[in-house]
Design a protein around this ligand. Structure first.
Ligand SMILES: [Zn+2]
Ligand SMILES: [Zn+2]
Length: 97
């Protein structure tokens, strides 16, 4: 199966999440440790779906494109706090609140 590179980072390794579609299910795989999960979106494996505590409260993390790539921060995708993510999406005109 061919793998696509998702714009998401795994919550296990903060490595890029890969995805593959077998015709029925999407399978997501951590490009670093190989952890796998299947589900409707990369959130089953990436930081967007990370939860805390027994109540599985949203950890408030989201994967987002790095707006200012530099030598210090070369990553294409970063994990950011939800509040910052919303600010970035607003700036890019992708969120209407
Ligand atoms: Zn991993
Ligand atoms: Zn994500």
């Amino acid at each position: 199966m061919p793998w696509n590179i998702e714009s998401h980072l795994s919550h296990c390794c903060s490595a890029r999440v890969l995805s593959s579609f077998d015709g029925v299910l999407f399978l997501y795989r951590c490009s670093s440790c190989g952890a796998e999960a299947s589900g409707p979106s990369p959130a089953v494996l990436c930081a967007c779906g990370a939860t805390v505590g027994a109540t599985c409260r949203d950890a408030g993390l989201r994967c987002a494109p790095n707006p200012v790539r530099s030598v210090d921060r070369p990553a294409e995708i970063e994990v950011v706090a939800l509040s910052r993510y919303k600010t970035m999406e607003l700036r890019r005109g992708k969120l209407n609140v």
